[in-house]
Design a protein around this ligand. Structure first.
Ligand SMILES: Cc1cc2nc3c(=O)[nH]c(=O)nc-3n(C[C@H](O)[C@H](O)[C@H](O)COP(=O)(O)OP(=O)(O)OC[C@H]3O[C@@H](n4cnc5c(N)ncnc54)[C@H](O)[C@@H]3O)c2cc1C
Length: 543
């Protein structure tokens, strides 16, 4: 069984340099993580590299819903609705700690995109296609009942509502749990290693990749039979290096979310509501905050650091104030923001919101297998399709027979809640850990599921009940966390959702990672600067 510790990074780099792999995956977002999980269970020798941290790209910046894709119904993409609906049920079974059913309210308004009948029919079709269980089927409400459910709604334009079930998740944590499961079954996954070029054999087919370790600066070659390019918004950069950027291309669109304290918009339910321009956005309560989004605009700037600007924020605030007029949100209420890039496939003449979210695989002459488009929700199927390509090629070329895809049946790391709800599992943990209250333990279970046990053990034996430090240790040893940005942004989401008293903890945590991982001054400074670059983008927005 492989470990996944930042302390053993140089050992992993050594393995990456010296072994010969069946498959190397470029990109440590949800797509790459899903592929590496699928491949290891098919019996392939597989490695994954990520140029920054796992989930650094779009996979930490989505709406964080594992959804059946109601909006695709409007675009008549029945196939997507059916597939992601089924995937949602599989994910809930395999990772119940991070895939949480959430009742969603769909207000029907005067002049809105859906009328009462079409909403009822739409949600009915959606439930059927997504195969939802009886208890989660939609129900319709009249105006009075809708206002009872959500008194903050705009009575002037409200006509009624529909209730259906979506699933809330944490994209970056889902990515890391998928990756941890792959690693514990033998895959090699390393962050801060960037692919810079490809190596070709005498038939001009890829048989290796050139990489740079961005922590040490060392450059080397990784030998592999097959390469999958799962680089999200950067897929075309690698296709360009491969000289295969012809025909279909990516079309990047930016989506922004804002975070507001719950007491400034005390909605009782997650809501999916109309914006006056004809689009729809979400308002999703999460502990003490509500996050709202998203936008959908063409994007051509720096792909590493997409941020919300004042126009994005004003758009979401205006939409919220239109639907919940008494809240009167202003810029001052926004505690943090994030912006993600959708790696969509370009279609001439289509606006950002009309572009299909379908995934597609491109295979170049040199045999670079690129996968683009798609959704967080559909990652398992995308992985299956990509690994099917690899297995078919290996069978043809060397008679190798892969096992069939089995990820449908694989419980993800942290997912063993023993059939209990998060709350009941937390209660059970608390009976054995009286040093922490139920709220603290529940918060832990929502992030780490059944692995919370290990963190509580560390806090008792190593950190004198300092739970944050215990989390930082666990994260370093079990989730390859190298620095404060990895920990505070992607492993725990604290920068977005738990800003209270965060600033006073930053220096202590930075010092912890620097000392534990023996970073030299230059590396420590770079990590700190990188953190503040991301942090400032999250807590400020440009004019
Ligand atoms: C605003 C927004 C909201 C969304 N909401 C939802 C939602 O609610 N539900 C849903 O199902 N989907 C949603 N999506 C879609 C979903 O988030 C994406 O489809 C998914 O995260 C894409 O994952 P990925 O792994 O393909 O790309 P990414 O997560 O971007 O991963 C690609 C990785 O490749 C790395 N990389 C790039 N180049 C190299 C290189 N040369 N060497 C090594 N590594 C490299 C990058 O650093 C990056 O980490 C949303 C998307 C956006 C933008």
């Amino acid at each position: 069984m492989m470990s996944f510790s930042a302390k053993k990074r140089s050992e992993y780099i050594q393995t990456l340099k010296s072994e010969h792999f069946d498959l190397v995956v470029i990109g440590g977002g949800i797509t790459g993580a899903g592929i590496v999980l699928d491949a290891i269970f098919r019996g392939l020798k597989v490695a994954l590299i990520e140029k920054r941290d796992f989930a650094f790209g779009t996979s930490s910046r989505s709406t964080k819903l594992i959804h059946g894709g109601l909006r695709y119904l409007k675009q008549l993409e029945f196939g997507i609705v059916h597939e992601v609906g089924r995937e949602r049920a599989i994910l809930y079974k395999n990772a119940p700690h991070i895939v949480i059913p959430e009742k969603m309210l769909l207000p029907i308004i005067k002049g809105g995109s859906l009328g009462r009948r079409s909403t009822s029919l739409g949600l009915f079709v959606y439930d059927k296609l997504a195969g939802v269980t009886k208890k989660e089927r939609r129900f319709m409400l009249n105006k009075a009942k809708t206002l009872e459910v959500e008194p903050l709604l705009n009575t002037d334009i409200l006509r009624g509502g529909g209730m259906y079930v979506e699933y809330r998740s944490d994209d970056a944590r889902l990515t890391i749990e998928v990756m941890k499961t792959a690693v514990s079954n033998g895959a090699l996954c390393i962050n801060y290693v960037e692919c810079t070029d490809f190596r070709l054999n005498d038939k001009n087919k890829i048989n290796g990749i050139a990489v740079t370790d961005s922590i040490t600066g060392e450059a080397f070659i990784v030998q592999t039979k097959k390469v999958i390019n799962a680089a999200g918004p950067w897929v075309d950069n690698l296709r360009k290096i491969d000289l295969s950027l012809k025909g279909k291309r990516l079309h990047l669109t930016k989506g922004v979310h804002i975070v507001v304290p719950k007491n400034r918009i005390p909605i009782k339910h997650a809501t999916y509501f109309d914006v006056p321009d004809g689009r729809m956005i979400f308002a999703i309560p999460r502990d003490n905050i509500v996050y709202l989004g998203t936008t959908d605009t063409n994007y051509k700037e720096d792909t590493n650091y997409p941020y919300a600007d004042k126009t994005d924020v004003a758009y979401i605030l205006a939409a919220a104030n239109n639907m919940f007029p008494s809240v009167k949100l202003t810029e001052k209420d926004v505690v943090s923001t994030w912006a993600g890039l959708r790696p969509l496939i370009h279609e001439d003449g289509k606006s950002p919101s009309d572009l299909s979210r379908k995934d597609e695989i491109f295979i170049s002459e040199s045999n670079l297998i690129s996968i683009a488009g798609g959704k967080l929700t559909g990652f398992r199927k995308m992985a299956q399709r990509s690994v099917d390509v690899v297995c078919a090629q290996l069978k043809k070329e060397e008679g190798k027979i892969c096992r069939t895809c089995s990820t449908e049946f694989i419980e993800l790391s942290g997912g063993n809640l023993e059939g209990k709800s998060i709350e009941d599992y937390a209660r059970q943990l608390q009976t054995k850990n009286k040093n922490f209250d139920l709220k603290e333990i529940t918060a832990l279970v929502k992030k780490y599921g059944s692995n919370s046990n290990l963190i509580l053990e560390i806090s008792e034996t190593k950190t004198n009940n300092d739970l944050l430090l215990a989390e930082a240790i666990y994260s370093m040893n079990e989730e390859m966390t190298n620095n404060i940005a990895d920990f505070l942004i992607r492993r725990t989401g604290r920068v977005y959702f738990e800003r209270n008293n965060l600033e006073e903890k930053i220096d202590k945590l930075h010092q912890f990672y620097t000392e534990q991982l023996c970073h030299d001054n230059e590396t420590a400074l770079r990590f700190k600067e990188d953190f503040y670059k991301e942090y400032e983008g999250v807590v400020q927005f440009k004019s």
